[in-house]
Ligand binder design. Sequence first.
Ligand SMILES: [Fe+2]
Ligand SMILES: [Fe+2]
Length: 289
Amino acid sequence: MDRRWREHRDSEGAVARRDQLRRRLATVIRRDDFEIPSLPEVAVELQRLVESSSANSNDALKVVQRDAQLSARVMRLACSPALRGAAPTTSLRDAVWRIGLRGLRDVAFAAALEQTFARGPLASRARDEAAHAFAVACGTALVARTLQISQDYAFLCGLMHDVGRLALLAALGSLSPQEQRWLHPEFVDALLDDFHEEVGARVLERWNLPPLTHGVAARHHDIGIEDSPTNRMRNAVAISDAAADCGAEARADRLVRLQAHDATLALSMPDILLERLLDVVDSAAEALG
Ligand SMILES: [Fe+2]
Ligand SMILES: [Fe+2]
């Protein structure tokens, strides 16, 4: 970082402006005046179908067909090693049938995160956050499946755990160009760290997603000790988050770190599952394409 920029960043005026910005943001969040974009219609409709007792793959196919980008993602996913059956997938109908209604809802929400929040000057950071969210979602789905934690919303809880970070990035990206000057990366990091759980829970409530998703997003950096469905899911998200966050370290060091994690102990996770978790979070990006 160049010296002049560092002096500008650390000047009294800059510190005062950032304090002011921080207080303003805190007030907006507490008053629930935080602007939350709506979800793409296709994700809303697929969630409605998942909750309806009479919906089937044909209903889902009609919804997916209306969105070319989502159709392409569904085809790619159906051709991925995780879902490819003995015969190749040649039609969208076949792909929809293979992925299933809940899986389609999950793919639509994964696409929606990027579509909804990756805009403006902080878009590339939002894209990194969306990729992290997808890796954590895949990890949480694996942990839930293996430890018999409710699977219905495991992927979604992992996907949405940091949605508050995305919402905050979008809000900061919409500040005036003058205010953008005060947003150096360390300041943005501190804001996201401090506010993202609270903002995330509000986003998910506003989107009418199941209470389990808000409960997890609201406190996913705490380990739940008491045995309850929310705590088990929160711990599954926490360990997947830790696995996705230590990607730059050597594999053996990552494993040691996960073995010592409080969520591993709370869930009694065997080493073989931790190894598998590392594989899943590392290969998540390829799965969605
Ligand atoms: Fe987080
Ligand atoms: Fe995270």
